[in-house]
Design a protein around this ligand. Structure first.
Ligand SMILES: [Zn+2]
Length: 687
């Protein structure tokens, strides 16, 4: 998503975002990209039985051909496409970096941002000037009443010390943009990482404390003091974690929506001078704020009042270093960060090559300046037209799907259709590009560029408060290999980066394209009707439009999926969290069904012979194989555990087998028999 922490907890995307803290985004190993194609026969494992383990059949050879590279925590179809996109972005950036006086203003910015990131000589030899200015401000803190100004400054540079602050559309009235304060301030991925018992978690906490200790040592503290400070930081974060809302509960929009007058927040957390805080972030005047989770702010007040001031200062320094992008810091800090977040938490063995990290960093900071050039090169109007046609087909499929549901009343169906017909489609890139004129980018100043880009983005977002909503905005940059549904906007968004082979391939059969990108389109559309999305109406407001009986029936249907996915496990015998992944699983299941219906309609329109095999497969088999190959690949065990404990997306093998086993059409296409693993008797169906 955007480079700032996404305030609104309910934007749903198709792929796991991967990584924690400073995400290790970017491409795979130095393999030569090959032409990706719709359905790749080389990935199939024909020795497997599709009715026993379809993921193995569709993708069994993928990881033999493409083992996880050392600089990756996982590798799959999406990462392959990411690599291809990165090669294009790389050549755009190398050209912009080398270009002289004739560059356009955008070329200057992306070229110099990239060049500064690549300039490890300047970064390693630099004096941490940006950070030292922050350390001085921390050292100069005289009393707790000075904290508000400092926390406001930190928010602008994306240091989420103690809390997170941002803007969101008002859940109750999607036409309004409001201020929101959210829990924050943790360095581990999720509250349970501080609280779970057992040897593995205790070891991880110990490794985290060692990393904090190492960071303090690098800042020049003597060993004993560094260790002492690290323990104090850990204790403080643990207290914050205890009062934080867990990742599963955060998925329910009602749990993270508590509008109140600013005066009430002032009463709840008087340890922060909120008037000063809002003013110092440059926020337009606000009288009301969404305090996402009030109990956290009560605890925060107690902690700010009772914690000794030296601990608060140590914690702030730690937060500054840990939140600053590693590529902008000297190698010793970058390496320490990678050792914990990359190696220990995700199993990634080595850092990605510098150029890949710098491509990702430039995309994060100047996504629409870079993406404008990318889209012109990589996204022809024909791809946009084909995607639009597919979206229309899949929306039509949902319309007829609603007609056939036997469990939903006519009243709720009418409301569901109203919502469906109001969904806006955004494809490729925005009509109006972001203006980066006011962002200064300088060669030789990686850390300064990172800070200024973050402040620029913070102001861009905070300036929205109190203004009308811009419905044309994209929440992902054009080269992104992902897609999302935003319930407040009631829109589905497909960046140009995912509308590429293998997901959309002009040379593939229609069956393959419906299985690939059609399933992604169906997934996003179904998000509007999953356990989160269904709580928002056609206008994007959090408003119940269901009859109580229909809501009850919906919950019974989703309970089936909660149980189904909760039985899946990853290495270490960690179970998939059926509740955390419910929305994504519902979207996967509904999405594939809609894509299949749309494919059949399209086949009828084109009088396609459904018995005619191509390369040994009927069109229906091609459809399911293409879908399966969306998710080829594997995760390192560390990343798999991290994903099931923090991410709403199920690991990829379950995104294939968990879905096809619920569709009798799959069993028919492959001639499966009742009782086989991919055609069980207890299949689930919501949409
Ligand atoms: Zn999703």
């Amino acid at each position: 998503m955007t480079s700032r922490k996404q305030m609104m907890a309910v934007v749903m995307c198709v792929a796991a975002l991967g990584g924690v803290a400073r995400a290790q985004s970017g491409g795979g190993a130095g393999q030569t990209p090959e032409r990706l194609q719709g359905l790749d026969p080389a990935f199939l494992d024909k020795t497997a039985d599709p009715c026993t383990d379809f993921f193995q059949y569709a993708c069994g050879n993928f990881s033999k051909l493409h083992p996880i590279p050392a600089d990756r925590a996982g590798f799959g179809s999406m990462t392959m496409l990411l690599d291809e996109n990165q090669v294009i972005l790389h050549s755009i950036l190398e050209k912009a970096a080398a270009g002289g006086a004739n560059r356009t203003p955008n070329e200057q910015k992306i070229g110099d941002f990239y060049a500064a990131c690549m300039d490890t000589g300047a970064i390693d030899g630099g004096d941490l000037k940006g950070l030292e200015a922050d350390f001085k401000k921390i050292d100069a803190l005289k009393s707790r009443s000075d904290l508000a100004a400092l926390l406001a400054h930190f928010q602008l540079v994306n240091v989420g010390a103690f809390l997170n602050y941002g803007e969101q559309q008002d859940f109750a009235d999607a036409r309004k943009q409001i201020a929101a304060v959210d829990q924050g301030g943790l360095g581990l991925p999720e509250k349970d990482y501080y609280l779970r018992t057992g040897a593995a978690d205790e070891k991880l906490r110990q490794q985290y404390v060692e990393y904090i200790t190492q960071t303090f040592k690098l800042l020049g503290e003597p060993d004993a003091k560094a260790a002492e400070d690290a323990h104090k930081v850990m204790d403080l974060e643990t207290e914050l974690a205890k009062s934080s809302l867990d990742v599963t509960s955060q998925r329910d929009p009602k749990n993270v929506y508590h509008m109140m007058p600013v005066a009430d927040l002032e009463k709840m957390t008087p340890a922060i001078d909120w008037k000063e805080f809002f003013a110092d972030t440059g926020t337009p005047p606000v009288t009301e704020v969404n305090v996402t989770y009030p109990p956290f702010f009560k605890t925060l007040n107690a902690l700010l009042t009772s914690t000794d001031f030296e601990t608060v200062k140590a914690y702030l320094k730690w937060q500054v270093v840990n939140s600053t992008p590693g590529w902008a810091l000297p190698a010793k800090f970058d390496d320490a960060h990678f050792d914990f977040y990359g190696k220990t938490l995700s199993g990634q063995q080595v850092q990605q090559p510098r150029w890949k990290r710098c491509v990702a960093a430039t995309d994060g900071a100047l996504g629409e300046a870079l993406g404008q050039v990318y889209a012109a090169q990589a996204f022809p109007p024909s791809s946009k037209e084909a995607t639009q046609q597919m979206v229309r087909d899949i929306e039509a499929a949902m319309d007829s799907d609603l007609d056939t549901l036997d469990w939903m009343s006519a009243d709720t169906k009418a409301k569901a259709k109203e919502k469906l017909h109001a969904v806006a489609n955004k494809i490729g890139y925005p009509d109006k590009w972001r203006d980066y004129t006011k962002l200064d980018v300088a060669r030789g100043d990686a850390l300064g560029n990172a800070d200024r880009a973050m402040v620029f983005e913070s102001h861009r977002e905070l300036d929205k408060i109190g203004k009308p909503v811009d419905r044309g905005e994209f929440g992902m940059s054009p080269p992104t290999v992902n897609a999302y549904y935003n319930p407040s906007m009631n829109d589905i968004n497909f960046p140009a980066g995912i509308l590429q082979p293998p997901f959309y391939d002009p040379q593939a059969t229609d069956a393959e394209n419906y299985g690939h990108i059609g399933a992604v389109v169906g997934h996003e559309l179904t998000h509007g009707f999953d356990d989160q999305g269904r709580q928002f109406d056609a206008a994007g407001n959090l408003k119940d439009w269901w009859t109580p009986e229909d809501a009850k029936k919906f919950e019974a249907k989703t309970d089936c999926e909660v149980k189904e996915y909760g039985d899946f496990t990853v290495p270490g015998d960690v179970h998939v969290n059926g509740k955390l992944t419910l929305g994504e699983n519902t979207a996967d299941n509904g999405g594939l069904r809609l894509a299949y219906m749309a494919f059949l309609q399209d086949a009828k329109r084109k009088t396609l012979n459904l018995d005619q095999k191509q390369d040994g497969y009927t069109p229906a088999q091609q459809f399911f194989l293409a879908f399966g190959q969306n998710w080829c690949g594997e995760l390192r065990p560390e990343r798999a555990r991290l994903q099931v404990q923090t991410d709403p997306h199920s690991p990829q093998q379950f995104r294939v087998n968990g879905v096809v086993r619920n569709m009798t059409e799959f069993g028919q296409a492959f001639g499966c028999k009742q009782g086989q693993p991919m055609e069980p008797e207890n299949a689930c169906r919501v949409w």
